[in-house]
Write a protein that binds this ligand. Sequence first.
Ligand code: MG
Length: 174
Amino acid sequence: MSFSLIPDYSFHSICDVSPDFLKLRGIKLLLLDLDNTLAPYGTLEPSREIADWAKSVKDAGIELFMVSNNHGETRVKAFADRFGIGFIMGANKPFASGVRKALEQLGKTEKETALAGDQIFTDVIAANSAGVTSIIVEPIKIINPLLNMRYWLEAPFRAMCPNKNKIKQRRKKA
Ligand SMILES: [Mg+2]
């Protein structure tokens, strides 16, 4: 449990975080960021690819739970319902409180939990501060200059990830 901006693992997309990868590391609970991790800002429905990925993770016995800073109940709940998973809104990432609340609520330890998100300055800091495994993914869609600037400010920390080669890994198109 320490303050760090360096993710433990990095992937191109959340869909690259496979059930096998999680199981090998003893992860039983995967906490998920919503905006730009599961869907672009403003979207109310997950893509087919992400819905299929979520199903494969759940089928492998790994619990999914959304930890979002978003305050819009309609949107967060729509996604949670679509995936059939629980959620915390207004999670206050980069603070660890939302992550800790999820662990307490679900009865899981830090060691068996990971958090995946698209932002170093919120998701990775929150995960590292809470002592859970941190996974960074590339944002789905950068829609404005502010998001673009933040992405580039985060770039050095993404690059410092021990398995940074994964960032460039592109999935084969089905
Ligand atoms: Mg996000």
